[in-house]
Write a protein that binds this ligand. Structure first.
Ligand SMILES: [Zn+2]
Length: 269
């Protein structure tokens, strides 16, 4: 599933490519025919990302809401795009290229109230730190009411918006927090460090388009650029392998129906 960094990166790259010019908009699959006809021929003014949600603000006042969900995918083409597949929900084409969207959970025209409702259900987004006045206080308050394991709570978009399965395992490792600890038992200091890690890690992911959470020295490299494919995470998908910091075997279990990995030594209970 795409995590927040991918969504913010798409917002930035799509804005650069498609905003400010009239676009042909249609639905090759047909399921978004009526929405597409409302947008066809108009211009995107801005594309905003919040957590895993995208809001396309059009110059004639319409707002297009997109959520990729588990299977959604964008394909951007600069020139000579292949024909859209039958499953393409939305296609947009301008002078600077073509965009295809397939398999989203949401692709809909929404009004300002619906937009407010979606935003009201989202916690602070580490990639929009200044848009939420007290992110750490919010997270602390939300965790204080929850008895589920912390690994379940930080996937909850109302607690923090934008964290998915890779980042949750990696952020908990880097913060030294055991994934199975009851949410309300996580202390303020750990929450502050978790928020800081989330910000740093997602910013790096947004910039580069890939998730690399390891520090170069922990994988025997002298800088980030040298980090190779199998060295990009501390715990994610590394069950049974030695921890990169202490050598203890990485463990795996399921929390909130998704697998989570951790080091029993670096993240004690
Ligand atoms: Zn360890």
């Amino acid at each position: 599933m795409p995590e927040g960094h991918t969504i913010h990166r798409e917002a930035r790259l799509q804005s650069r490519q498609f905003a400010g010019e009239p676009l042909n908009v249609w639905s090759p699959q047909g399921r978004f025919d009526s929405g597409a006809s409302l947008l066809d021929g108009n211009e995107i003014e801005a594309i905003e990302a919040w957590g895993k949600h995208l809001f396309y603000e059009w110059d004639h006042g319409h707002c297009l809401h997109v959520h990729l969900g588990l299977f959604g995918r964008f394909r951007r083409h600069k020139s000579d795009p292949p024909p859209p597949t039958d499953g393409t929900r939305l296609a947009m084409e301008g002078d600077s290229g073509t965009l295809y969207l397939s398999g989203p959970t949401a692709c809909e025209i929404i009004d300002p109230e619906e937009r407010e409702e979606i935003l009201a259900g989202l916690g602070p987004d580490p990639l929009r730190p200044s848009s939420y006045s007290e992110p750490v206080e919010h997270i602390e308050e939300m965790l204080g009411r929850r008895t589920v394991p912390i690994a379940a709570a930080i996937l909850d978009q109302a607690v923090i918006a934008g964290i998915g399965n890779v980042y949750r395992a990696e952020i908990l490792f880097r913060t030294g927090v055991n994934p199975l600890i009851e949410s309300k038992r996580v202390d303020r200091d750990s929450i502050e460090r978790m928020w800081k890690e989330a910000t740093t890690q997602l910013e790096a992911g947004e910039r580069t388009g890939r998730i690399v959470t390891t520090d170069p020295e922990d994988v025997g490299r002298s800088n980030r650029k040298e980090i190779e494919k199998g060295e990009r995470t501390y715990v994610y998908k590394r069950q049974g392998q030695p921890c990169r910091r202490c050598g203890t075997e990485i463990e795996r279990t399921e929390v909130a129906d998704r697998k989570v990995w951790w080091c029993p030594e670096c993240q004690p209970r």
